[in-house]
Design a protein around this ligand. Structure first.
Ligand code: NAD
Length: 246
């Protein structure tokens, strides 16, 4: 039976690469999308199918606990299990703290951090019953080193790895691993949005001399969700071209 993998924000950017990698390696992927972006998600689903990578899609706002509970109830009803969760959905709302309004703070904390509570809590019982689970949380190099204009994002993404380490301890005896991947600068819309001059400066500071590709992250996710990766838990893998070493 195919293992079922839920990838949040799984229809674009890094999420789409993760969905494609896992589908092509034989997993039943369910790519989650924001309900307001249904047209884009269905278009992506159709294109994936044409590429020979059929995925299911499921709407839910990961910042909303009820919305996540409903989505996961539906998945458990349809597939009877969720074996893998990749918490990938994320946003930025950059501003220096002096200029950051409460909405910018809360949107990032709710989407990038509270989402882990909202998505993981409803799947734990199923993973525990199956004595198997793989949870991968996507953080960021900007959590590890901080970033000007990103107190909200750096705080939320640093919180992600705290969550990983605590849940890894709670679930270790149940066959469920929990790990963090911290990407550096990866070639997606999020990085495209950085002004050209600043992007050149960033690339100059990356030891391998280039931004990463979404597939670099997808391969790390694939490694961690493998059946044979059960001895890796509570860890953080940096995929950043050497930008930050610790
Ligand atoms: P992206 O904007 O291309 O993709 C993010 C996805 O999350 C989108 O599909 C978006 O619709 C979805 N999403 C946003 N809010 C949501 C919500 N409330 N509910 C459901 N889905 C929601 O960005 P990306 O670059 O692919 O980033 C993916 C993840 O990787 C994010 O968590 C981001 O913080 C992290 N990250 C990215 C980079 C990078 O260089 N691109 C670096 C470090 C970390």
């Amino acid at each position: 039976m195919k293992k079922v993998a839920l990838v949040t924000g799984g229809t674009s950017g890094l999420g789409a690469a993760i969905s494609a990698r896992l589908t092509s390696d034989g997993y039943q992927v369910v790519a989650n999308y924001l309900p307001a972006l249904e047209d884009q998600a269905l278009e992506w689903q159709q294109a994936s199918e044409q590429d020979g990578l059929p995925c299911a899609v499921a709407a839910a706002d990961v910042s909303d606990a009820t919305s996540c509970q409903l989505m996961i109830d539906m998945l458990l009803e349809e597939f009877k299990r969720v074996d893998i969760v990749v918490n990938n959905a994320g946003i930025t709302r950059d501003a220096t703290l002096k200029k950051m309004d409460l909405e910018q703070w809360q949107a990032v904390i709710n989407t990038n951090l509270s989402s882990l509570y909202n998505v993981c809590k409803p799947v734990l019982e199923s993973m525990q019953n199956n004595r198997f689970g793989r949870i991968v949380n996507i953080s960021s190099v900007n959590a590890q080193r901080g970033q000007f204009g990103q107190t909200n994002y750096s705080a939320a993404k640093a919180g992600v790895h705290g969550f990983t380490k605590a849940l890894a301890q709670e679930m270790a005896r149940h066959g469920v691993t929990v790990n963090t991947i911290s990407p550096g600068f990866i070639n997606t819309a999020m990085v495209d949005a950085i002004p050209e001059a600043m992007r050149t400066e960033i690339i100059d500071s990356i030891p391998v001399g280039r931004v990463g590709q979404p597939e670099d992250i997808a391969r790390a996710v694939r490694f961690l969700v493998d059946d044979n990766a059960g001895y890796i838990t509570g860890s953080e893998i940096s995929v950043n071209g050497g930008l930050f070493m610790h």
